[in-house]
Design a protein around this ligand. Structure first.
Ligand SMILES: NC(=O)c1ccc[n+]([C@@H]2O[C@H](COP(=O)([O-])OP(=O)(O)OC[C@H]3O[C@@H](n4cnc5c(N)ncnc54)[C@H](OP(=O)(O)O)[C@@H]3O)[C@@H](O)[C@H]2O)c1
Length: 377
């Protein structure tokens, strides 16, 4: 793996310092709401709409989904003024000179559509907030980054963790560990779609043609957290159990850091869509460890000194989460877009690309193949 691009959050970004500005395309001006167009009307689009309803700096202008009736129902439920049968129709209708302009297209469609839809929106002059995983393949991820660079448009992956108060607490505590030697990040949750799969359906979450599987759906969280905190690894080692559909149900990705600032660190990323989790995550130094309850939304966090010894002591670093699940991410996107930024320094596009490089290497090792991989060959 390349170590050229670390993806490390800079202190300047964490403090809200100025970011590179958009060269072209619509950008929200200070004092008015950031206008979103939503792609998809499913589970995550609903979470997004709830966050927008609670965020004074945001509004949804339009929605497009695969089935026009779903888009219309979503529009009616969330008070969205425009519903479109396709993304293309939405892009044609909401440019900066039209009656109902959109600043940012939020992409909440199945994984396999993220890259093409993000590129189409950027090419049409819109900013893009795209759900995780950023793309299916490294070539797609790099093409998205290159398109944003060329068009000057805003581009960011909607990986929420970076903007969580718990992640800020972990970043602040990390220097107190000394050299981190091992981390174990766990994202494990029995899938609500498993019963449909077992009954003979093929939901997107388990469909290789749509970029499904545990690694892409849940493994992305521990891998992204590792890259966020430690940068891209030098080596990736993956094992998994596969379903008959060809995607993985659960597995482990080990990230090894052999060179540079994090030399000697190993991060075990455990992910599963077929088991429940009662185990937290942990980052260990030589005599201290940080425990976190959840590696997507860390809330109960503690710093343990001399674990297992008579001198053991525990410092509570827990944070309180409140409001809508996507609230912290959305507030930051509104701040960035209103400031004319082209992306987030706290969760830069380079980190999203690095995560897809790791997932792609892991998929190659466990034998999960997507049709989109053939286009990369
Ligand atoms: N950040 C998070 O915490 C989080 C959580 C869950 C999911 N996600 C991500 O969000 C994405 C969607 O997941 P989900 O659980 O919301 O899936 P979902 O409930 O199946 O919803 C997907 C939506 O995409 C729509 N769609 C399909 N093809 C489309 C097309 N060509 N153009 C426009 N819309 C299209 C579907 O349309 P119809 O309804 O009209 O058929 C559906 O409304 C995935 O990438 C997933 O990884 C993120």
């Amino acid at each position: 793996m390349s170590t050229a691009s670390t993806g490390h959050p800079s202190p300047a970004a964490a403090s809200g310092a100025p970011l590179p500005r958009t060269r072209s395309g619509p950008s929200a001006s200070a004092g008015r709401r950031v206008r979103f167009g939503v792609v998809g009307a499913g589970f995550i689009a609903t979470w997004f709409a709830r966050a927008v309803a609670a965020e004074p700096a945001a509004e949804i202008v339009a929605v497009a989904s695969a089935r026009p009736e779903r888009a219309a129902a979503f529009a009616a439920e969330h008070g969205v003024p425009h519903a479109h049968p396709t993304l293309e129709a939405m892009l044609a209708e909401h440019g900066p000179d039209r009656a109902a302009p959109i600043d940012v297209i939020y992409i909440g469609s199945p994984n396999s559509l993220h890259a093409a839809q993000a590129i189409a929106a950027l090419e049409a002059g819109y900013g893009v907030l795209v759900e995780k995983p950023f793309a299916l393949t490294p070539a797609q991820a790099r093409a998205m980054a290159a398109t944003a660079e060329r068009t000057g448009g805003f581009l960011m992956e909607a990986w929420q963790t970076a903007f969580e108060p718990g992640a800020a607490a972990i970043r602040a505590a990390l220097p107190r560990l000394g050299e981190p030697r091992r981390a174990t990040f766990v994202r494990e949750q029995f899938s609500s779609r498993m019963s449909a799969y077992r009954a003979g359906d093929l939901p997107p979450a388990f469909d290789p043609a749509l970029g499904g599987g545990s690694l892409m759906d849940l493994g992305i969280y521990p891998v992204s957290l590792a890259i966020h905190l430690f940068g891209p690894p030098d080596r990736v080692t993956a094992t998994a159990q596969l379903l008959d559909s060809g995607v993985d149900s659960h597995g482990t990705v080990t990230l090894s850091y052999d060179t540079g600032e994090r030399v000697g660190l190993e991060v075990a990323c455990l992910h599963s869509k077929t088991s429940a989790n009662a185990l937290g995550s942990q980052i260990s130094g030589e005599s201290r460890a940080i425990l976190l309850d959840h590696c997507q939304w860390p809330e109960h966090i503690s710093l343990i000194t001399a674990p297992g010894s008579p001198e053991e002591s525990r410092e509570d670093l827990s944070v309180t989460r409140s409001g809508e699940v996507m609230g912290p991410l959305l507030a930051e996107v509104c701040r960035l877009v209103s400031a004319g930024a082209r992306g987030s320094e706290l969760h830069p596009v380079s980190a999203s690309v690095a995560a897809i490089e790791v997932l792609s290497e892991a998929r190659a090792q466990i034998g999960v193949h997507f049709p989109d991989d053939d286009a990369d060959a």
